[in-house]
Design a binder for this molecule. Structure first.
Ligand SMILES: [Fe+2]
Length: 246
């Protein structure tokens, strides 16, 4: 009953961070699993997903990502699953910005950035500055899970500006990553640090592509209207290449 209510509130959501493409990173191994993930997303009220494979140890050719997106969209259309996939990537922050043009979110100026999971580099500010100087609008993925930021959330707040935005993982808000991450996520959310809630899903079981529960938690902290913007109008602006209301 509760799930039905939440889904009804949040139909038409957009997930900007999802490892849904098969056989490219640590996401699903085969397209059947990608399809199963899309079914879960649709049931949760998600209608568009940015496919964001890790661009870290391997610079997957952008054409491979686009081909995977086209194949998955065709498979979803054939099965009448009402989810559209758009291309993107989750790009390791220390890579040369000149290599990253093919990994923008839906060919916009926005690009999803992953910092090391162990710490925030001292050079984070200059890395983001270099990206902005190359014309990108960086979105920092799941900073609430970074140990340096958990210890000192100001490190993130000092990086954010009109060109640098941040995305919180839905599971961080619901406690899937533990109490410390949840506390950091909720505190940063309250301070207005996040422009997006995304799933960072990797499979049907390990962090599935669901947002509604996280949105519900966020609504209890910042109100329903602002929480919904993090999964509707804000990611919509990204995919359309328009400014996000910060
Ligand atoms: Fe990710």
């Amino acid at each position: 009953m509760i799930t039905t209510t939440i889904t009804a509130i949040t139909a038409g959501m957009i997930d900007l961070h999802c490892h849904i493409l098969a056989a490219i990173d640590d996401g699903p191994a085969a397209i059947e699993q990608s399809i199963a993930m899309a079914r879960i997303a649709a049931a949760d009220g998600i209608s568009r997903i940015a496919a964001t494979p890790h661009i870290k140890n391997t610079l997957h050719p952008p054409d491979i990502i686009r081909l995977g997106v086209a194949r998955l969209n065709a498979a979803l259309a054939e099965r009448r699953i009402p989810v559209e996939i758009v291309p993107g990537g989750e790009v390791y922050a220390v890579l040369d910005p000149l290599l990253l043009d093919g990994y923008r979110l839906n060919n916009s100026r926005y690009i999803l950035i992953e910092f090391p999971h162990t710490h925030l580099p001292r050079t984070a500010g200059s890395l983001l500055f270099q990206l902005a100087a190359q014309g990108f609008k960086p979105i920092i993925g799941h900073p609430e899970r970074n140990p340096s930021i958990i210890r000192n959330p100001d490190l993130l707040l000092n990086l954010l500006n009109s060109n640098v935005l941040a995305q919180v993982t839905a599971g961080s808000l619901t406690g899937d990553f533990g109490a410390q991450v949840m506390e950091c996520a909720c505190s940063l959310l309250k301070q207005g640090a996040f422009s997006f809630i995304a799933s960072d899903a990797h499979s049907v079981k390990h962090r599935p592509p669901v947002l509604a529960e996280g949105v519900n938690i966020a609504a209890g902290i910042i109100g329903r209207e602002k929480a919904l913007a993090l999964v509707t109008s804000n990611p919509e602006a990204v995919l359309a290449g328009k400014p996000v209301q910060v």
